[in-house]
Design a protein around this ligand. Structure first.
Ligand code: AMP
Ligand code: MG
Length: 307
């Protein structure tokens, strides 16, 4: 990616207005939260979310936490049962993330959930993040604002060290209060399961499944239930071809050959391919440059034989 000028603005009305403007324009912005600094982007835009991955240099796609103002906004995105509502009322705004069934037709880009039918939501307590959510008026996807494989940033200097030149704006509000990522609880049927321990202790024992971030937990990753062939220049009989660039295919991830656009459409087209009558899926070659590596990582996992 091309280097860009990164502004660091002290938290205040001017910084929030600039952050909101950038986010509406599809850019990611580093924001303080009460847990760690987050890299926030418009959760309704696949391309905006793809830019989070591009900035972090993440070699793969993991589902991201969607930040909302509160229960009402969460209910537009996810299905909350009685227990979920109770937890949200007790702990929001605050460092509790709920993994919930994704509401049908929710305006969340499929890249946010990495194609899963569940979504992680939380209402943050940090004043700056709340002001930004109100100013943008859209849910914000935000993983920690660190470069891939590095520890989560609790001070603005960490964010600068990791992401300077890769994002347009960092909002500085000093060290974060908790310095620890949010507690994650899954409420997707059955009793609540603790996926990640954090600042809020609900007395639950950590679930063996854990968050889907850890390698080897591929069962919780979305993969189409059809054979997938990679690097396909043309469709073989019985294949529905997902194109890229000059390989037109039955649908094209990005006719212009843009990996950001392709990442934004990846899970939509995999779902579309899965819904076709053709028994197999083929995918055109994707370059390893930039987000192409993350796309290929996900495609390789989806193509791997499953037990
Ligand atoms: P971070 O944004 O860096 O705090 O990490 C978010 C965590 O939430 C990661 O460990 C994700 O794997 C986890 N997560 C997000 N969405 C889901 C989901 N739908 N199901 C399970 N875990 C999730
Ligand atoms: Mg992280």
């Amino acid at each position: 990616m091309t280097a860009q000028n990164t502004r660091v603005m002290p938290c205040g009305p001017e910084a929030i207005a600039e952050a909101a403007r950038l986010i509406r324009a599809g850019e990611p912005v580093a924001m303080p939260t009460e847990t760690v600094y987050g890299l926030a982007a418009d959760a309704t835009s696949g391309e905006a979310v793809a830019r989070i991955y591009a900035a972090k240099g993440r070699p793969g796609f993991n589902p991201l936490i969607v930040h909302v103002r509160g229960l009402e906004e969460a209910a537009e995105i996810a299905v909350l049962d009685e227990k979920a509502e109770e937890l949200a009322r007790a702990h929001w705004p605050g460092p509790l993330t709920l993994v919930l069934p994704l509401r049908k037709g929710a305006p969340i880009a499929s890249l946010v959930t990495a194609g899963l039918s569940t979504v992680a939501v939380r209402a943050p307590a940090h004043k700056a993040m709340r002001e930004l959510l109100a100013a943008v008026g859209r849910p914000l996807a935000a993983p920690s604002a660190n470069a891939s494989g590095r520890i989560s940033p609790t001070r603005v200097e960490h964010v600068v060290a990791h992401l300077k030149g890769r994002i347009p704006l960092i909002v500085d509000a000093g060290p974060t209060a908790h310095g620890l990522e949010s507690t994650i609880v899954a409420l997707t049927g059955g009793p609540p399961r603790l996926l990640r321990p954090g600042p809020i202790d609900l007395g639950l024992i950590a679930d063996g499944d854990g968050p889907v971030e850890a390698p080897g937990q591929l069962a919780s990753h979305y993969a189409p239930a059809k054979p997938l062939r990679l690097g396909a220049e043309r469709a073989e009989p019985g294949e529905w071809l997902i194109g890229f660039g000059a390989v037109a295919g039955d649908a094209n991830l990005s006719p212009a050959g843009d990996v950001i656009e392709a990442a934004a459409r990846l899970f939509d087209l995999l779902h579309e391919a899965e819904g076709q009558a053709s028994p197999k899926i083929a995918v055109a070659p994707i370059p390893e440059t930039g987000l192409g590596a993350a796309i290929n990582d996900r495609l390789c996992r989806a193509a791997a034989p499953r037990a």
